[in-house]
Design a protein around this ligand. Sequence first.
Ligand code: NDP
Length: 483
Amino acid sequence: MNHLHNIPNYTGGKFIAPNSGQYLENFEPATGQIYSYIPDSDENDVNQAVLAAQKAFPMWSSMSNEDRSAWMIKIADKIEERLEEFAAAESKDNGKPITLAASMDIPRAISNFKFFAHALTQFSSESHYMQGVGVNYTLRQPLGVVGCISPWNLPLYLLTWKIAPALAAGNTVVCKPSEVTPYTAYLLSEICQEIGLPEGVLNFVHGLGPKVGEAMCVHSDIVAISFTGGTATGKRIASVAAPMFKKLSLELGGKNPNIIFSDCNYDEMISSTVRSSFSNQGQICLCGSRIFVERSIYKKFKTDFVEKVSKLHVGDPKDEKTKTGAVVSEAHMNKVLSYIELAKSEGGQILSGGHRVLLAGRCANGWFISPTVIEGLSFDCRTNQEEIFGPVVTITPFDTEEEVLMFANSTQYGLSATIWTENLSRAHRMAEKLHSGIVWINCWLVRDLRTPFGGVKASGVGREGGMEALHFFTEAKNVCIKY
Ligand code: NDP
């Protein structure tokens, strides 16, 4: 094994090998080749990381806001200095186009640290005056050692979306990046060491969910878990952590509707819809995988959309022309392909894509799927109800607002929804009635980090973003003073 490619854990400010001495293979999706090894950690590694984080907590939580903020800015600046290296690593590890990693993933990771570094200096708590009696004030205190568990689709982006508010609020952190995409988390741990972040403040334990993630969830000294990932995993985590009365934030799966009315700004809608369908190979929890189109423009939409989709260049993620890279793993590719077969068996017609793409040269063994558009399915079939999480969308005509609301709200999920219409009253009416945590009107993935982020129903519990995240990572204590 090449030592340079053995990713270590980072605990108590030190790079260390896993206690088991065992490693897992880490693949480059574009080539299907192993290119590094990651620790196959277990509960012993988690225990060690928790001890380091506990030791660091009194110092970190009592540090002035200005000083904590300065540490976080230092981290952000260092990522920014190494943006190209981080983007190349994210693209290699995940299969996403390098241009996407450089324009979205890594800049957002930088913004996450900067945003919460600034937010913490503006954080304040409430006071409730009782006329003639006294006054209450709310203390918002850090929780202690918290656990952050993140998925593979936006590896550094989502990991830092948790770490940054947790640290800002004065907690110390044990995190577990996805086993499938550990590399940029490792680069982040390099930065922590390089800048001399006090040891134990931020600890990285790499490895498998059922081993490392589970050990974090059952650890009695990890008092909160912030998790983003699949609904089934979220359910498992809740069943373990809830009886221990841990604070839980669960950001889970989605099956988001994209609702297109005939009065929309057509050109803007169609280019956004290509993005909201296939960005990151459709592996964004916010992608609109169910496209509902008002019947009067359905035929035109179908022709124009399929034409645009068929031009999306599937290729080597390293190539700057590539719009669609590899999906994250062989297992995931097979899962997505099996859903395409399911769609066919349910009566769906493939209008574009529908198959694996075999590229030549370096990527000959890579895991690529051509962007797929399917029509002719009922709103309640499995293809339209279950999360596929790949470059696959369905298109379905609708006649009335009532009908499309019923279609949109028919799944167990409720993460996000998009509406395209120039009719303001209709937009508000629909936004109110959609069962989802986020509604975009005439846009997609426009993000203001101050806003509440999260889903309803099987898409999760709790909200991230802005003050919501700082509230999650602190405990409110009311102090009542009688005159
Ligand atoms: P998973 O649920 O499989 O994994 C997420 C993380 O949890 C990984 O780090 C995983 O480790 C870990 N994990 C797995 N089992 C356990 C366990 N028993 N206890 C603790 N941790 C565990 O999700 P994916 O990585 O496959 O990500 C895709 C999913 O994430 C999709 O459903 C998508 O919708 C959702 N998602 C939701 C978002 C939101 O904001 N709502 C945003 C982005 C994605 P390991 O890697 O070893 O399996």
